[in-house]
Ligand binder design. Structure first.
Ligand code: DP6
Length: 320
């Protein structure tokens, strides 16, 4: 009744922003992401009939803030009549700061919970279960380039291209490490309810997805760069237009964007993307990684630079 799984965060190149069904947490739009390799969360789940309640330990400390979402996710995977569980989570990167820690956490959680009770759901079923907990988590079940599509009353997640097939690199500039002021679930609802740009955002998403799919299939870096930056800035425009406005950037976020523009002008193959937090993720070709890493590390205000290749998606790992 105990199992451990490991999953990596993913970075969306074409973003999920908005829900069509809040109760089942179904996204309003499809999305395309890359799964990372070197940032990860390990999650152990041990069901134990002697426990009076679920217990969540995050990076060695009791943490009840995420417990309701975690307990609900376990109910969905195993059934509400399950035994209580002790859940232990460890991440090797800053959590709740716009680095998609909920994606790696819930992807690892569904794999571990499923393995602990010996059910062996398919990856597709586990992706759907992870997505109910956090939309982006569904994509972390798979590796490389991943697409999430809406299909009827569910989602379908699949790998578009393997990680070894187009081994891009990701350089993350950490510009602040505190938790974000407003979580993405609440911010998405604010956008849907009040942003004048929300409907146009939804309308245009299929065109961006089509363009990104073509770019990935043809390994066309310049085209992927162009559509990914466009899609990211459009998502943030939706947020900025919400009431109250959702502004996740700080001045270092802007400085990093400027650094990337300068690298691009100098002929470096790199582009940026930014999620619901102030960190800047730079995607580049392997031969440009050192230049990108150096330039972002030298940008005033950057606290830390993390580097990663593309990963394989969530897997069960052996318990000692
Ligand atoms: C900006 O998956 O965290 O990172 O489903 O409400 O948990 P919930 O939202 P979440 O949102 C991710 C938003 C994003 C874009 C993306 O990853 O596609």
């Amino acid at each position: 009744m105990r199992a451990t799984a490991k999953a990596q965060p993913n970075i969306a190149l074409i973003k999920y922003w908005g829900k069509r069904d809040t109760r089942r947490n179904l996204p309003a739009v499809g999305s395309i992401s890359i799964t990372l390799a070197d940032l990860y969360t390990t999650m152990s789940v041990a069901f134990d009939k002697s426990l009076g309640a679920d217990v969540l330990v995050v990076n060695g400390a009791d943490d009840s803030s995420m417990l309701p979402r975690v307990s609900r996710c376990l109910d969905n995977v195993v059934g509400a009549d399950r035994a209580h569980a002790r859940i232990e989570s460890e991440s090797n990167f800053p959590i709740a700061a716009g680095l998609a820690s909920s994606a790696s956490a819930f992807a690892a959680l569904v794999v571990a919970a499923d393995a602990a009770v010996g059910r062996e759901n398919t990856s597709a079923q586990l992706a759907s279960l992870a997505g109910q907990a956090s939309g982006s988590a569904a994509r972390s079940l798979y590796g490389g380039f991943v697409e999430l599509k809406n299909a009827g009353g569910d989602i379908i997640v699949s790998e578009l291209r393997g990680r070894d097939d187009w081994p891009l690199r990701v350089v993350v500039a950490v510009t602040a490490t505190g938790p974000k002021p407003v979580g993405s679930t609440e911010a998405m609802e604010a956008s849907r309810n009040s942003s004048p740009f929300y409907d146009r955002w939804i309308e245009q998403q299929d065109a961006d997805l089509d363009e990104a799919r073509v770019a990935i299939s043809g390994k066309d870096f310049a085209r992927l760069a162009s559509v990914a930056e466009h899609n990211c800035l459009k998502m943030h425009s939706v947020m900025w237009g919400s009431r109250p406005p959702m502004i996740y950037w700080n001045s270092t976020t802007l400085a990093c964007m400027q650094t990337i523009r300068e690298l691009q002008s100098a002929g470096v193959a790199v582009f940026f993307t930014i999620d619901a937090g102030p960190q800047v993720k730079a995607i580049c070709k392997p031969e440009d990684e050192a230049a990108v890493q150096q330039a972002l590390a030298a940008t005033s205000g950057v606290e830390q630079v993390l580097v990663s290749g593309l990963g394989q998606g969530a897997v069960q790992i052996n318990d000692d």
